[in-house]
Design a protein around this ligand. Structure first.
Ligand code: M5T
Ligand code: MG
Length: 242
């Protein structure tokens, strides 16, 4: 069957070398193509590590991670990079231009595709205001671009790559509420058919997710829709109240 981007964790346990307690403990879940899986939980719960495991920044000591049934450790790094795009919690831009940064995941993307990704990522206006537009220089680390702009360019970069799987690690929290809302309204069309996994801080931004995973201390302590979790899960209820 053609690649679709289903992500499956089975009993995944991971700890950093030398640490006594695992950072991810016995995590199992499936993220389906065409659906949005949200991950929520307090700071240090293991949300970023969970995403990083999908990209094989490190490998679990126990359990398996598969994409469409194939173990991620059977894919080359290049294959994995074409399949999965991560928008990291602290986005990184490299020295070059806005265009070269956006083409990082797919060098043959044309300018129209870059503008379309910028439109969805709510970055179109500020790039148009640059004297050189897409060819505006970006310094290493993106220090001549504001934090919110960096985040939007990083989201646009992921969209340009057109992966099967999108991982957004807290990618919308630096955006003001109105920009966040416009981006979320545009995102479903732009990512249609893909597997989308969103780490979020604000419950209000994930109430529509097909599935929400609640993480605490490296464990998945709840899963379901917003309404299901609201009715049954104490950790989720606490997050909603806070
Ligand atoms: C989970 C530890 C961290 C925490 C736990 C990335 C990273 C994490 N940790 C390390 O020791 N080394 C590392 O390189 O792992 O951390 P997390 O996954 O980053 O937590 P989070 O994403 O849920 O938190 P936050 O603050 O982003 O909401 O014990 O010290
Ligand atoms: Mg994190």
């Amino acid at each position: 069957s053609p690649a679709a981007g289903q992500i499956k964790f089975e009993n995944v346990t991971f700890g950093f070398p030398g640490a006594e307690k695992p950072v991810i403990a016995d995590a199992s879940f499936v993220a389906e193509p065409g659906k949005t899986t949200a991950i929520i939980g307090s700071t240090g719960a293991g949300k970023t590590v969970l995403l990083n495991l999908m990209l094989r920044l490190y490998d679990p000591q126990e359990g398996s991670i598969t994409i469409d049934g194939a173990p991620v450790d059977a894919l080359t790094r290049a294959q994995l990079a074409r399949t999965v795009s991560l928008v990291p919690q602290r986005p990184y831009l490299f020295g070059g231009t806005i265009a070269s940064n956006l083409r990082f995941g797919r060098t043959d993307a044309n300018d129209a595709e870059l503008w379309e990704a910028l439109r969805v990522a709510q970055g179109e206006d500020f790039v148009r205001e640059k004297e050189l537009g897409l060819e505006e220089p970006v310094s290493q680390g993106g220090t001549n671009v504001s934090g919110g702009q960096r985040q939007r360019l990083s989201i646009a970069r992921a969209l340009v790559a057109k992966p099967l799987v999108y991982l957004f690690d807290d990618s919308f929290s630096a955006l003001d509420v109105a920009t966040d809302a416009r981006l979320r309204a545009a995102l479903p069309d732009a990512t249609e058919g893909a597997t989308t996994i969103i780490v979020a801080q604000r419950v209000s931004t994930i109430t529509e997710a097909d599935q929400i995973l609640v993480m605490e201390g490296g464990e998945i302590v709840g899963r379901g829709t917003h309404d299901e979790l609201l009715a049954t899960n104490e950790v989720y209820q606490e997050i909603v109240r806070s």
